[in-house]
Design a protein around this ligand. Structure first.
Ligand SMILES: Nc1ncnc2c1ncn2[C@@H]1O[C@H](COP(=O)(O)OP(=O)(O)O)[C@@H](O)[C@H]1O
Length: 201
C-alpha cells in the first residue's frame, strides 16, 4: 500500500536526524521552485526531494547488502560510501514506498553523482540539493545566481565545486561525476549554438 504525502514525510523524516530533515525540507521547497522555473513537473520534483536522502543514515552494511543482493551498481562499492545512499534510496523508494514513476526514481538515484544525459527532473533535484536555503559553502551564492537563468550553468558550477573540493582533499572522484560535468559543458555549448541559429533566423 502506498502512503499519502503526509504519511510519507513522517516515515522518511523518522529515518534521519532533524538537521538532515531540515535540509530535505529545503530541497523540497527549492526543487518545486526550480521545477516551475524550468518546466519540470513540480509534483514529481517534490516527491523525489522528499525521498532523495531516505537512505543517507542507513547503516553502511545494510546499504552494501542491498547493493550486492539486488544487483545494483556494484561499481559504487569501489567508491566513497557517501555515494551509496542515492542508489539505495531509489531502490527503497521503489520497494518500500511503492514509487513507480521512473523519472522520480531516476532523480533520486542520480542526485549525488549526476549522470551523462541527466533528465530535466534529475537536474532540478540535484541542483536543489546543492542550493537549498540551508546550504552554506563557498560558491553557493554563485550557484543560486546562475540558477536564476540557467539550470545547466548552475549545475555545472555545483559539480565544479564538488570536484575542486574533492581534489583539494586528495580524494578519489567518482568518474561518472567527471563525465557528467563534461556532458553539461557540451550541453551548454549546444544550447549556445541553437540560440545563435534562432537569432540568425
Ligand atoms: N562525485 C563524487 N565522487 C566522490 N565522492 C563524492 C562525490 N560526490 C560526493 N562525494 C562524497 O560524498 C560526500 C557527501 O556528498 P553529498 O551527499 O552530495 O553531500 P551532502 O551530505 O552535503 O548532501 C562528499 O563530501 C564527498 O566526500
Amino acid at each position: 500500500m502506498s502512503l499519502n504525502r503526509d504519511e510519507l514525510i513522517k516515515a522518511v523524516s523518522e529515518q534521519m536526524p532533524p538537521q538532515r530533515w531540515k535540509h530535505t525540507e529545503g530541497v523540497m521547497q527549492t526543487a518545486v521552485v526550480l521545477a516551475e522555473r524550468f518546466g519540470a513537473d513540480p509534483v514529481k520534483a517534490d516527491l523525489a526531494a522528499i525521498l532523495h536522502d531516505v537512505a543517507k543514515y542507513w547503516p553502511v552494511k545494510e546499504m552494501e547488502k542491498i547493493i550486492r543482493e539486488n544487483n545494483l551498481n556494484q561499481d559504487l562499492l569501489l567508491h566513497d560510501k557517501q555515494l551509496w545512499h542515492s542508489e539505495v534510496g531509489a531502490f527503497v523508494a521503489e520497494h518500500d514506498y511503492k514509487v513507480t514513476d521512473p523519472e522520480v526514481l531516476s532523480a533520486i538515484k542520480w542526485h549525488t553523482s549526476g549522470r551523462v544525459g541527466m533528465s530535466l527532473l534529475d537536474k532540478v533535484v540535484c541542483l536543489a540539493d546543492y542550493m537549498e536555503p540551508g546550504r552554506d559553502f563557498p560558491g553557493v551564492d554563485r550557484i543560486r545566481e546562475l540558477a536564476e537563468h540557467s539550470l545547466e550553468e548552475a549545475l555545472l558550477a555545483g559539480f565544479d565545486g564538488t570536484i575542486t573540493h574533492l581534489v583539494s582533499q586528495r580524494k578519489v572522484i567518482y568518474p561518472l561525476t567527471i563525465f557528467t560535468r563534461n556532458d553539461l559543458i557540451e550541453q551548454i555549448k549546444l544550447m549556445g549554438k541553437s540560440n545563435t541559429f534562432k537569432i540568425g533566423g
